[in-house]
Design a protein around this ligand. Structure first.
Ligand code: PRX
Length: 563
């Protein structure tokens, strides 16, 4: 039995300073580089021949890469980018499935000092355009399967100079062949030494209003990703760690790549989609010991029944964590029954860059609670004026800023960045309460952000796609509670004259959004209505739609125009 990395939460919380972690990293003349911490320092140590990445392909073949191989390959890719003239601060996007090139290019970008950005491989042309345009991306790394979606919008992206094709030797004019360039490139590269506050990676994420915003992180984020992976996810040197999140989302980057490697563990990546039997078989095949997943995935495993896991040897598992949505107590009870282990919930956001509130192996779990603030983090529940509320009172979850992994900016949107802060507080947009033992309990979002299967979806992005359909005059989108997915996206729409409501039309509209944005961003339910509730200024009141859907009191409707 491995001892937990964190043995006494209360004591550590009292004494801890972020600077205590600095010694666990390898600084480069007072500077640092995330890719050096995650890969190179292990490749230059006795761990060099240890497997960093186990990658199981969708077609059931598998590959593995040691830390030394990852160092050489990411160095090569850094040289490829340098030869193209890519420099510090340039935005380089990766639009790939979970294949080795994703992990190699991500690390290579960081080594050059450019800003690495990931795009979920399910994104459609519109989702790509919004992100690539806003960020002024200079290069995109993609493959033959996904490139068509990029080419649909490429004309609208004047700053996009290079399309790097990861899987083809023969490339079109204006494209760069990953295979050819990697062959020519040297495996030696002097990693860019970055200031802690320099930008490292960016991810687009959604709020209530407007299109997705670019959340920019720093190289200092590794300080927090390292120590939270160690103390919260309990990652040990000897672990086979499996983070099921795609690097298109922050969890897949901060822990699927950075925090786990920084701790010298081997990471498993599965290219394919969720499938209960496949997931169990992966745990068995790779002897996964530490596992970081999401409540929707657990609920989907629960749906697949208790007999299925009995067919596999899951005895390698020793620690399970979850993030992204509320973890229901039934899911933890089920896990205890099936795996003989509880699930440790933790809380954070794209903007926070690392885990802030969590359960720990050394602290009793209260079923349904997100746990307690990580050492170095002061969290509170506050009222509208910013006053701290006593235990038991519901308010907005707020964190005293800054902390090492906190976002450094919202790309080209200072006003939006500022809106996150109120005096000493960082405002999370989540409603919560704290109990008298200091445990935090999630209540819900304070805004209209939707969480479906753990994905964070902004209603505005979906509404914008909906009204581009020729039949749709207006659209209001809400999250509707769902027993498996947490929430599903439900759209209320009005139609233009000449269009009659029908099931066929609804299907057509769903597919329209799926193709443009992504399957997970398309409404699962569409209701065609005659009018939508609006304020006098014409804003659709999603709050009213949601209250009606759930049969709840509608609340203050003094600004309501009509319904
Ligand atoms: O509403 C909270 C929910 O997910 C939001 C952040 O989403 P995202 O930026 O996609 O990051 C997710 C993974 C880091 C939060 O504002 N959330 C996250 N963790 C939990 C949670 N809700 C309840 N319980 C959690 N443990």
């Amino acid at each position: 039995m491995l001892k937990p990395n964190l043995e006494n939460y209360e004591e550590t919380y009292k004494k801890f300073r972020w600077s205590d972690v600095y010694g666990e990293l390898e600084w480069l003349d007072g500077r640092l580089n995330i890719a050096h911490e995650a890969i190179d320092r292990h490749a230059d140590s006795w761990r060099k021949n240890k497997v960093a990445l186990y990658l199981e392909r969708e077609n059931e073949t598998s590959e593995k890469y040691t830390f030394l191989e990852m160092k050489h390959l990411s160095n090569k890719f850094a040289n490829v980018l340098k030869a193209l003239g890519i420099k510090k601060g340039d935005r380089i996007f990766i639009f790939l499935p979970r294949i080795p090139e994703l992990y190699i290019s991500f690390s290579g970008i960081l080594k050059t000092g450019a800003i690495a950005a990931t795009l979920f491989s399910a994104f459609g042309p519109e989702a790509l355009r919004d992100r690539l345009k806003d960020s002024g991306a200079r290069a995109v790394i993609t493959n033959s399967e996904l490139k068509a979606r990029l080419y649909e919008v490429k004309d609208e992206l004047p700053e996009l100079e290079y399309v790097i094709r990861a899987d083809e030797k023969e490339v079109k004019e204006g494209e760069v062949s990953y295979a050819e360039e990697m062959k020519k490139a040297s495996r030696n590269f002097v990693v860019e030494k970055m200031a802690p506050e320099d930008s490292s990676f960016t991810l687009y994420t959604s709020g209530t209003t407007g299109k997705p915003k670019g959340v920019v992180h720093t190289h200092a984020a590794i300080v927090q990703q390292h120590i939270t992976a160690k103390w919260v996810l309990d990652v040990h040197e000897e672990d086979i760690f499996w983070c099921t999140a795609d690097p298109g989302w922050v969890t897949g980057i901060a822990y699927g790549i950075l925090g786990s490697w920084s701790n010298g563990a081997s990471s498993l990546v599965y290219e394919g989609k969720f499938d209960a039997s496949k997931w169990y078989s992966l745990i068995e095949k790779y002897s996964v010991s530490a596992w970081y997943t999401a409540p929707t995935a657990v609920r989907m495993l629960m749906k697949a029944g208790e007999e299925l896991p009995k067919k596999y040897d899951l005895s390698s598992l020793r620690y399970i964590c979850s993030v992204g949505e509320p973890l229901n107590p039934e899911a933890v009870r089920w896990s205890l029954k099936v795996f003989g282990l509880p699930i440790y919930d933790n809380w954070w956001q794209t903007e926070t860059g690392g885990i802030l509130i969590s359960n720990y192996p050394c602290m009793p779990i209260k079923l349904g609670s997100m746990g307690k603030p990580f050492p170095g983090i002061a969290a509170a529940v506050i009222d509208e004026k910013g006053n701290e509320l006593p235990p038991g009172r519901e308010g907005e979850l707020a964190i005293v800023h800054p902390w090492p992994a906190m976002m450094e900016s919202i790309w080209k949107n200072e006003e939006k960045y500022k809106s996150y802060f109120k005096g000493r507080w960082f405002l999370t947009g989540d409603r919560a309460y704290v109990d008298s033992d200091g445990y935090f309990w999630f209540v819900g979002r304070a805004d209209d952000v939707i969480k479906t299967s753990g994905h964070r979806i902004g209603p505005f992005e979906v509404e914008s796609a909906l009204i581009e359909h020729p039949a749709v005059a207006e659209a209001g989108v809400i999250g509707k509670p769902d027993p498996v997915r947490g929430e599903i996206i439900k759209a209320f729409i009005t139609l233009y004259e000449g269009y009659a409501p029908s099931e066929e039309l609804k299907e057509n509209i769903k597919n329209f959004v799926k193709k443009r944005l992504a399957a997970h961003a398309a409404p699962r339910e569409i209701e065609i209505v005659d009018t939508l509730p609006k304020t006098r200024s014409g804003k659709i009141m999603r709050r009213v739609l949601k209250a009606k859907e759930l049969g709840l009191p509608i609340g203050d409707i003094s600004t309501l125009e009509e319904y």
